[in-house]
Design a binder for this molecule. Structure first.
Ligand code: 2HA
Ligand code: ZN
Length: 299
């Protein structure tokens, strides 16, 4: 065997050793879990997560499942009914925050304040395969997360993996001023801040007041998420999806900022903004940035 053959063999061995090492990285140290934790810390920093407010989920990619599987519990929990039918999620794995967990605690104890559930082969049940230490269970909004993940997986061809629920104060405040109507809400935000159109060109859906946690809010949110970029729950908060944690967080941030600007303009002027981006200006932004704009909301 010549020197080069030997070098190649050593290289191959090195590569397979490195692959082995990657599959041995603890769940908390894997890239998706670190990004999950970072979003929780960032959301807390924004003031969007009073007490146990808000929750987060991530649909694991096949490579994430492969690199986590050796850390999954030998004996997963028993199957628990999801309360909704999420056919598109059969056999998928979701990392989600725990019910009652404070998002600020996720960076301290990711395997107690969050965990991974497997969705059963019938799409109507879940079981814990990692995390949720100390008797924790998934977020009370798991039904909404699962239903919306199934819809976003379908409408984005599998691209969307993150779903973020937060309680930004100005977004919630707006739902006590504007009617629970997607067109009114979207146009109000588009017209006071140029970036709004760029961040949510398809618009913001609004679910009128509904008791959270059950199948009714899950169905209404999933319906809104079929066509809109994000969804607001009246007198409660917002749901933002995305292909990455940064995208979902950025969308929530843009929505919160636009709502804050609209709220301060109304406070300053005592009513509807006296000056704002005209309808032809909205169309101009959509054209300049080639945005998949919701034409029905342009005028
Ligand atoms: O997890 O935000 O909607 C607490 C909530 C419920
Ligand atoms: Zn909430």
């Amino acid at each position: 065997m010549g020197f080069l053959d030997n070098a190649q063999e050593m290289l191959d061995k090195g590569v397979s050793a490195a692959k082995g090492a990657v599959s041995g990285v603890a769940v908390e140290q894997q890239a998706f879990a670190k990004a999950f934790v970072r979003l929780c810390a960032d959301g807390w920093g924004q003031g969007w997560h009073e007490g146990n407010g808000g929750n987060l989920s991530y649909r694991l990619a096949p490579e994430d499942v492969a690199s986590c599987r050796s850390f999954f519990y030998d004996n997963p929990s028993s199957w628990v009914p999801l309360g909704v039918q999420a056919d598109g999620l059969r056999g998928e794995f979701l990392m989600v925050t725990a019910a009652g967990a404070h998002l600020r605690a996720v960076p301290l104890d990711p395997d107690a304040a969050a965990g991974i559930v497997e969705i059963g082969p019938s799409g109507d049940a879940w079981r814990i395969v990692w995390g949720f230490k100390g008797g924790a269970v998934p977020t009370s909004e798991l039904a909404s997360h699962a239903t919306v993940h199934a819809v976003r997986k379908e409408v984005t061809g599998g691209a969307d993996r993150v779903l973020y629920h937060a309680h930004p104060a100005d977004v919630v405040a707006l739902t006590s001023v504007l009617p629970p109507d997607a067109r009114t809400f979207t146009r109000a935000l588009w017209k006071v801040l140029m970036e709004s159109m760029v961040a949510f060109p398809r618009g913001i859906g609004v679910v009128p007041w509904t008791v959270p946690g059950g199948p009714a809010v899950a169905a209404a949110t999933a319906e809104a998420m079929r066509s809109f970029d994000a969804c607001v729950w009246a007198h409660h908060g917002a749901f933002c999806p995305g292909p990455t944690f940064d995208a979902a967080f950025g969308l929530m941030h843009a929505l919160a900022k636009a709502a804050g600007i609209y709220a301060s303009v109304r406070a300053m002027s005592g009513g509807e903004p006296p000056f704002s981006i005209p309808d032809e200006g909205l169309r101009g932004i959509a054209e300049a940035y080639r945005l998949p704009v919701n034409e029905a909301f342009l005028s």
